[in-house]
Design a protein around this ligand. Structure first.
Ligand SMILES: C[S@@+](CC[C@H](N)C(=O)[O-])C[C@H]1O[C@@H](n2cnc3c(N)ncnc32)[C@H](O)[C@@H]1O
Length: 218
């Protein structure tokens, strides 16, 4: 049983438990816990103080992280996910492509936030699980206690970039931030530099509209 998240009430998780096959390549990458792996404690110790740090919550697959790390070499990207095959892929890609500005944390991002004594320049959450049923809304990533935790871990002027293909989720996110005077921002045009992610590809295939939202800490 994983430990309870410390931002949401005990036992409440924002991700779906998935049992996926791990390939030999992913397993090899996961066995060697050296760079770019960071435990939450190592991340706290090795936090870069001279560069903007962007935390990607639920990166899912390697490609978009590698693309953004390469496009913005002046940033350090902290890529967080609980899904081991994706984590293995990203670690392997960072090593084979020699990408040095990515730290990979295999953890529930909400547990990580509860313990992290640093502020990031930005957060990104691309296509967080929409949890469409009303009784599951309490499992959504973007909800008041998480908004508070992200706010507390952002520098002034720092941002949270969220993308979703779930119109009702986008609506509830806009409502939440509009009612919170600690933030400015809203829906933006899709930034050309944002890579198309796996879940975005599915949304486009199925004809769903995609919403990019950008909120800044005042
Ligand atoms: C729907 S997928 C989106 C993946 C990717 N961002 C994309 O756009 O293709 C959501 C991802 O978020 C991860 N996730 C959800 N809640 C999380 C949490 N609290 N901490 C870390 N990862 C989380 C899941 O494991 C999954 O990989």
């Amino acid at each position: 049983m994983p430990p309870a998240s410390s931002v949401l009430r005990p036992g409440l998780r924002t991700f779906k438990p998935r049992r996926s096959r791990i390939t030999p390549r992913q397993r090899r990458a996961l066995t060697d816990r050296s760079h770019p792996f960071k435990t939450p404690e190592e991340l706290t110790r090795d936090w870069p103080t001279d560069r903007p740090v962007i935390i990607d919550i639920g990166f899912g697959s390697a490609e978009p992280v590698i693309d953004l790390a390469t496009a913005f070499p002046e940033q350090t990207i902290v890529a967080v996910d609980v899904h081991s095959p994706g984590v293995g892929d990203l670690v392997d890609r960072c090593r084979t492509d020699d990408v040095g500005n990515v730290f990979v944390v295999e953890a529930d991002a909400l547990d990580l936030l509860a313990e992290l004594p640093h502020e990031a320049a930005g957060f990104r959450s691309f296509f967080p699980d929409p949890w469409p049923k009303s009784r599951h809304h309490k499992r959504r990533l973007v909800q008041p206690p998480v908004v508070d935790a992200i706010h507390d871990h952002l520098i002034a002027g720092g941002y949270w970039h969220i993308a979703t293909d779930w119109a009702q989720y986008a609506e509830s996110i806009i409502e939440l931030f509009d009612a919170d005077e600690r933030w400015s921002g809203g829906i933006i045009e899709r930034p050309s530099w944002r890579p198309v992610t796996h879940f975005e590809r599915r949304a486009i295939r199925d004809g769903r509209e995609v919403f990019d939202m950008w909120f800044e800490r005042r």
